[in-house]
Structure formats: C-alpha cells, structure tokens
Design a protein around this ligand. Structure first.
Ligand code: ADP
Ligand code: MG
Length: 580
C-alpha cells in the first residue's frame, strides 16, 4: 500500500551542530540549562514582543530600557557592524533596510522551498536564503543567519529584561505562539529558547494565553471570542471558559492580514494625494518610501485617539528642477475608515467562519477580548458591535494580554495546578500516499491531545523497514501541505509481502508535539518508529512516484490561495525597490 521504502540513513542535517541546533554567529554556543529558578512569560510577536512575570502572585509586564511595555521584534546590523536588537534595531529600518530583520516569526521553521517563503521573499527588504539543510535563513551582511537565531536574539533581550528586574539569572520561560503554528514552527521556538539560554517549559497558544489573562481564577462560565489583529496576522478564536478549564471551540485566521496591510493602503492613499496636490508622481527611493510608511503608521495610530491627523514629511523628494517637495496631508478618521473598511470586513468574515466551526451563533458569545495593537482602531469595536450586539471588554490591555497570560501560566509549571487548557489542532495531520495524495489522519480542530491509528503492510518480501511521510495541511495533495518528516519503522519480522502488518499511531500531545508509535500485528510488539529522516522535495517526489503535473497543480493552488490573501501586502516596497 505504501511506496517502497528508500534506504537512507537519518543523517545529521548540515548547518546544525551535534545537538541538532542551528550554528550561531551572534550568540555564544548553548550551555546546559539548570531547569530551576523563576519562569517568565514571553509573547514573541511578529512585530512586537512582551515580557511578563509573576510578582507576589500577580502578573506584571516589564518595561524595556526605553520605558516601553513591548519591544520591537527586530534585529539589525548598524554601519559599524554592531548588532542591535529591539528599539535601536527598529530605528535602522529606514536607514538600513537591507540589514534589518523583522517578521522572522513568519519564516521560522519553514523550508526555503515552501509556498509562504516564496510568497514573502520578494517582498522583504532583506535577503532570504536557503541554509545548508534547505530551510529558510536570512542574510545579514555576509553571514547567513538561521531564523532560530534571529528569534533567539529577541528572546535573549526578553530574558535580560527579566534578569535586570529580578536581579537574578532567568533560564526558563513559557513562550506563546499563534494557534495555527505547525509542529516544526513550535520546535523552532524551543530551539530558539535554548540558543537564548532559556528552557521553554511550555508553548502556549496566543489566544488561550489572552483568555487566561482575562479569565483565570475568576470562576467564569462563559464563551469568549479572542480577536487578535497584530502587525502581520489576524487570528480569531472562540473559547469556552468554565472555572479554570479553557477549551478552544474554534480557531481561524489569516496569516497575511495585519497592521502592515493597513499601512500599505494608507501609503497608497497618501501618495495619491501627494500627486494630486503637487502635480508630480512620487518617484522616491526606498528610504523615501520608508518615511511615508512610517508616517502612515503614525497617522493610523494617531487616528485611534483623534479625529484628524496631519501628515507632514518635509523634502520627501526632489522634482525635475531639483526643488524639494513636501508631503502634507490632513487625514480624517472618516477617510481612514473608508480606506481600511475592506480589510476589517475580511476579519469579520473570518470571525463568522470561526462561529460556524464552533457551532455557535453570535448571540451565544458572552464576551469579546481584543488583542493586538491594530485592535485599538475604533472601527474594529464598531464592526464587532454590529455583529455581536455588544461591546468588547475594556479590562484587557491589547498589547499585554498574551504575555500576562503566559506569566500567569508560568505559575503552574512547577506545581499541580487546577488550570486545564484544551486546545485544538490548527491544521490536519496526515500521511503521504503513493502518487502524492494526502491521507488525512487527525482532522483540523480536533481537541488536543489526540491520537489516531491505522494499519500499513509491507509491499515487498522480507521488507526490513517501512517509511511513512507525514504532512500537515488541508490540501488533497502533499505538495501543497507542510512536510513534517518521514517516519522510519524498523525491526520488522521477515515474511512474504503483505503479510507483515503494522499499526501506526500518530499522537499529538496537549502542546501539539507529534509522537509516532508503531506496533507489529502478529507479535503485538512495539517496533521502533522515529521521525528523524527528512527528504528533499525531489527525493520525496521520486520515492512516492509523484507526477510533475500534480506537483505543479498543487503548488499553483497553494500559490493562488496565498496571493489572493496577500492582497496588496507590501506591493509598494516592491515598486520602490524595483523588484519584480
Ligand atoms: P504583533 O502581534 O504582530 O507583534 P502588535 O500586537 O504589537 O503586533 O501590533 C502591531 C500593530 O498594531 C502595528 O501594525 C501597529 O501599527 C498597530 N498599532 C499599534 N497601536 C495602534 C493604535 N493605537 N491604533 C491602531 N493601530 C495600532
Ligand atoms: Mg501578537
């Protein structure tokens, strides 16, 4: 039934050290962690990260050196080749866009060849390159840096903030990730932790964490919506809170819908107004464009508080006669809302889908929790109010809720706790069939932990081992889904083909980590099954006898889907940098 197994040793992937960790350039090599001492909570965000910890039993958000409650998730090399992290790195974005790495969270744990990496590669200012193991990495000056290391540098900053506050060493953390994060992405977060000198005690889903911040120890009995609109992504999750049991009923989102998309639309609008007023087309370079996008973001944030905002960018560009021209536009909240309406409507569509997944009517949702900087836009509240007929909770801080929940949960790491978290599987997990069809094994939205078993047979006489390639995603063809790895089942008894049967069990634990077990039918004995081998896409296609046409069709399906959702995502950056 399965494709013939290909003999191949599970070699140590190049680019990794002997612990399977990416080799680092800017960090000291990892040291063994003691696994004791305080545990902190970290919201490792796409745009901003936030650190919190328990102080006398109460969760407390830490301030950065600059006095902010969040730090930008950005690293940069300055002109003197000095590595900068967070606020100081973000300041380099306009000056040294090619040397400033942001949005690493979108790329970490993904193969270079994956559809998402292809999709964003040409839109990022910096170079995304394959590492020697075929995963996405980034180039900073002349060094290729793993995304685990980029994330580790941000985690280390968080760790240092906590150490400065506590005046003691911090080696343990609860780190949050998006609910839709795949298995390899979660694994990458653990590796980043180790590189940063942090043992990741628990990986918590962001919406669950926000719900904890809202409802822990409050004796609630409610269904809540967590609406999280951040800098790059949108997530909507409905949870049932019953005392301290937090159960996800449905989750959905859009990985290409966040603050940056709003900024882009505002940039387009400002440039159109500039052209109208000045009678010339904007032909500025990348730096000029960064200034406009910076101003657009400022205007957007300002208009969350005020009804008008004046955008003034002196000497935006020179005209043909060498005269400097300013951009000066007064933007009203009304205009802004008109620009942003289509994007916010998309978030409401996602919310409606999640309601369907959770089998709930809008009226059955008791409370709305707003998370993410973008949710401060007043139109978000208005739109949700017209769908649900009630306002959002004012008690939750949109920037801090996720980190506060992680800090609260850190209190349960070392002791038996009454908190129960029931998450769901974000994307279906299944196996590859000959020809490349995807056989679904554990369905999306199944409550975790989950496990399913199925049987496979040998297809050759005296076959010594079987291999099973595991994927995650919703497409019917493996090429449009994410490759998790290949399981090798060894130590099979000898016998004619088809006579040896193995029961394979895929298990996902409560943190969505995949475990595989295999048991031989006749002897009932457990046989060795390890998820260690990784093939290149070409090797896999050959092994499973996948036709080129079906791969192409699947990739087009996936590409079209992403393109549609990506919308105008950084189209202006492409324009400005003259990239295709
Ligand atoms: P992430 O979860 O991606 O790290 P955040 O939750 O920090 O992101 O959200 C960052 C986004 O929120 C940015 O696009 C920023 O412009 C936007 N933002 C922050 N404050 C406001 C505000 N007051 N009004 C509107 N948008 C805001
Ligand atoms: Mg966030």
């Amino acid at each position: 039934m399965l494709a013939p197994a290909v003999a191949k040793a599970a070699a140590q992937a190049p680019g990794l050290d002997e612990h399977g960790l990416p080799k680092t350039v800017f960090l000291p090599p990892p040291v063994p962690l003691s696994g004791t001492g305080p545990v902190i909570g970290i919201d490792l965000g796409t745009t901003n990260s936030c650190v919190a910890l328990l102080s006398n039993g109460r969760p407390l958000v830490l301030r950065s050196r600059e006095g902010y409650n969040t730090i930008p998730s950005v690293i940069s090399l300055n002109a003197q080749n000095k590595l900068l992290v967070s606020h100081r790195a973000k300041n380099q974005l306009v000056l040294r866009p090619q040397h400033t790495i942001y949005g690493a969270k979108r790329l970490v744990g993904r193969p270079y060849d994956s559809a998402v990496v292809n999709q964003v590669r040409e839109r990022f200012h910096y170079d995304i390159v394959p590492d020697s193991a075929g995963r996405a990495a980034v180039r900073l000056a002349d060094t290729a840096l793993s995304l685990e290391e980029v994330q580790a540098l941000i985690l280390r900053e968080c760790k240092e903030m906590a150490e400065a506050h506590l005046n003691q060493k911090v080696e343990r953390a609860v780190v949050t990730v998006p609910a839709y994060y795949s298995e390899p992405q979660r694994e990458a977060v653990r590796k980043s932790g180790i590189l940063a000198g942090l043992k990741v005690e628990r990986i918590l889903n962001e919406p669950t964490s926000a719900a904890l911040a809202y409802g822990l120890n409050r004796e609630l009995n409610k269904k809540v919506l967590v609406y999280d609109l951040g800098g790059g992504t949108f997530d909507a999750t409905i949870l049932k809170i019953e005392k301290n049991v937090f159960e996800v009923l449905g989750t959905g989102g859009d990985v290409f819908l966040g603050g940056i998309d709003f900024d882009n639309l505002i940039v387009d609008y400002l440039l159109a107004r500039f052209q109208e007023k000045e009678g010339i087309t904007f032909t500025g370079d990348g730096i000029a464009l960064s200034r406009v996008s910076d101003a657009a973001e400022r205007a957007k944030m300002g208009l969350s508080e005020r009804s008008t905002f004046e955008v003034h960018i002196p000497m935006l560009m020179m005209d043909d006669s060498g005269r400097p021209r300013d951009l000066r536009v007064v933007l009203s909240r009304q205009e802004l809302e008109k620009i942003c309406e289509p994007l916010l409507s998309r978030t409401i569509d996602v919310v409606r889908d999640v309601l369907l997944d959770a089998k709930l009517k809008a009226a059955e949702v008791d409370d709305i929790i707003l998370v993410g900087g973008m949710s401060r836009m007043p139109l978000v509240r208005d739109k949700l109010k017209s769908l649900f007929g009630k306002g959002a909770q004012a008690s939750v801080n949109a920037d801090e809720a996720v980190a506060l929940g992680a800090a609260l949960y850190s209190g349960s790491v070392d002791k038996v706790s009454s908190v129960v978290l029931i998450d769901v599987l974000p994307m279906t997990v299944g196996v590859a069939m000959p020809g490349g069809a995807f056989k679904r094994v554990i369905e999306r939205n199944s409550p975790l932990p989950a496990q399913r078993s199925f049987a496979i047979n040998t297809t050759k006489d005296n076959e010594a081992f079987l291999e099973l390639s595991i994927f995650q995603g919703e497409d019917s063809h493996i090429s449009a889904n994410e490759y998790l790895g290949t399981v090798r089942i060894e130590g099979l008894p000898k016998g004619p083909k088809g006579s040896v049967r193995v029961a394979v069990t895929l298990k996902l634990d409560s943190e969505c980590v995949l475990h595989v077990e295999a048991r031989e039918y006749s002897t009932r004995k457990e046989v060795k099954a390890t998820l260690a081998t990784r093939y290149s896409p070409e090797e896999l296609q050959k092994q499973l006898q996948v036709s080129k046409e079906s791969v192409k069709a699947a990739e087009e399906r996936r590409g079209a889907d992403l393109k549609e959702r990506a919308g105008g995502f950084w189209s202006f950056v492409k324009k400005a940098l003259g990239r295709k």
